[in-house]
Write a protein that binds this ligand. Structure first.
Ligand code: T46
Length: 138
């Protein structure tokens, strides 16, 4: 993961304000099966620290800001999410950590699969082993 992948949500604004429409298969590159949002994160709290075997997501900070570190097992990249018109794409087998939530942060997440606790990898060594297993041997 040398560069982070983003999707744009162009604001459909007029003189009353702004509106963003998110459409599965159009603005988001997968069928959306689940939507959740994270808010009220306490100061100094970090979240995440896991990966998923089979889950694609787009995260968009609709209010406030936070930081997300994405790690594919060989490269770690840090993203600042601070715009309701920019979504960060998080693919399969990516370790994520979330930090520095502003008090007002509302992080909306669009997910390709229903919630499945069995899909989580919460141990970093296990994550690295899963990445190694997924790569074709040369
Ligand atoms: C991710 C990052 C960005 C559910 O019951 N259903 C759900 O759809 C989700 C997402 C969570 N939960 C339960 C499981 C836990 O008891 O809600 C509680 C908090 O979830 P978790 O500790 O996994 O939250 P984060 O912020 O560490 O991670 C979440 C997502 O779980 C994860 O998939 O990619 O946000």
């Amino acid at each position: 993961m040398n560069s982070l992948e983003w999707v744009s949500f162009p604001p459909l604004g007029d003189d009353r304000g702004s509106l963003v429409a998110i459409e599965a298969g159009k603005t988001v590159p997968f069928e959306i099966k689940r939507v959740y949002y994270i808010f009220g994160t306490q100061e100094g709290v970090a979240r995440g620290f896991h990966a998923h075997r089979n889950l694609k997501q787009v995260a968009v900070c609709v209010i406030g800001h936070c930081e997300m570190t994405l790690d594919n097992g060989s490269v770690r990249s840090m993203a600042r999410l601070d715009s309701p018109t920019k979504g960060l794409v998080i693919g399969d087998l990516v370790w994520r950590e979330m930090h520095n939530f502003s008090e007002d942060c509302v992080l909306l997440v669009l997910a390709s699969e229903h919630y499945d606790e069995g899909d989580y990898i919460r141990d970093y060594a296990e994550f690295l082993a899963a990445v190694a297993d997924s790569q074709p041997s040369v």
